[in-house]
Design a protein around this ligand. Structure first.
Ligand code: SF4
Length: 311
């Protein structure tokens, strides 16, 4: 069988080992060398171009159904639980908490829950919106496990590595948010980032008030493609007498976007994290669809009041 292997960046170092194993079973094995951001980003074009019979995607659970022969191989990592006792001091004032983690540690979530319950906490585990597969699991674009229980808890606890995943959950909740990072040996309340990102978003919207030419980003990645939204956005922009063009790429390269000097604002319909995490990489404001709607509403109000924005 002709097989294409696809690994996220953190697992690419294992590619050769897996390839050799499958080759020794008589398969014709290829390895995708493209950047891989998640199961939203399956190497389907590469699979088609080399006529592979199967794509094996490592490290992520299925994101949504695709019409291709794809096998998902999860990669679980046992993280030390030794920081949990120290986290109790940070949770002293909170009786009911939610616990959250990523797919890599989802098999440990039950142990984390039991630990907090044995130490007097009521633990609520929320459900994802659909892209993530497990209760308590969060993705950068599926924070349902946190947001769906925000009204029921006093605080959220994220157990896992890095800020990418908890940041999305933080920005879509209101309660105190504790990050327990077992590998960095760090426990941190990250609530103050909400204000940082709110100010950053306001700054983008203010800068976009003068914009006349909008570039709408559409990704061709299987789980990020949103042409319908892009067309709606284009229509909304044009209805206001402004110009909009749809810009298509698989992975958006910020240097290339910055070379498109005629556009004075970009609107993201691809991975929702682009308009949160990458806003400082573009010359022009990089808005989410919601931020664009706010900008258009502000523009209408200013026009009605005959006020010129001073940005
Ligand atoms: S956050 Fe972005 S990169 Fe990650 S799974 Fe969601 S769409 Fe893909």
């Amino acid at each position: 069988m002709r097989i294409l292997l696809q690994f996220p960046e953190g697992l690419k170092q294992k590619a050769l080992e897996y390839a050799k194993g499958l080759e020794s079973e008589g398969n014709d094995v290829f390895i995708s060398a493209s950047p891989t951001f998640g199961a939203c980003d399956l190497a389907l074009d590469e699979m088609r171009n080399i006529s592979a019979d199967k794509l094996i995607h490592f490290g992520h659970a299925e994101f949504h159904h695709v019409n291709a022969n794809v096998e998902y191989v999860p990669y679980f990592v046992d993280a030390p639980l030794t920081l949990l006792p120290d986290s109790l001091g940070h949770l002293r004032d909170f009786k009911t908490i939610s616990v959250l983690t990523t797919i890599q540690h989802i098999h440990q979530l039950d142990k984390v829950r039991k630990f907090y319950e044995e130490n007097g906490k009521k633990v609520v585990i929320g459900k994802p919106y659909g892209f993530a597969k497990h209760s308590g699991q969060i993705l950068g674009c599926d924070i349902g496990s946190a947001a769906s229980v925000d009204n029921d808890v006093d605080a959220h606890v994220y157990f896992g590595g890095g800020m990418f995943h908890p940041l999305g959950a933080l920005l879509n909740t209101k309660k105190p948010f504790l990050v327990v990072e077992p590998f960095a040996n760090k426990i941190e309340r990250i609530d103050s980032f909400r204000e940082t990102y709110r100010k950053r978003s306001n700054g983008k919207k203010m800068r976009a008030l003068n914009s006349k030419n909008f570039g709408i980003l559409v990704s061709t990645k299987n789980g990020q493609h949103n042409m319908n939204l892009a067309r709606i956005i284009k229509q909304k922009v044009e209805q206001q007498g402004l110009s909009a063009k749809i810009l298509v790429a698989n992975t958006f390269d910020f240097m290339s976007l910055n070379n498109m000097m005629e556009f004075d604002a970009f609107v993201n319909t691809a991975c929702p994290r682009i308009s949160i995490d990458d806003t400082e990489r573009t010359r022009a404001p990089l808005l989410s669809a919601n931020e664009l709607m706010e900008v258009l509403a502000m523009k209408r109000e200013l026009k009605a009041a005959n006020v010129k924005p001073e940005f």
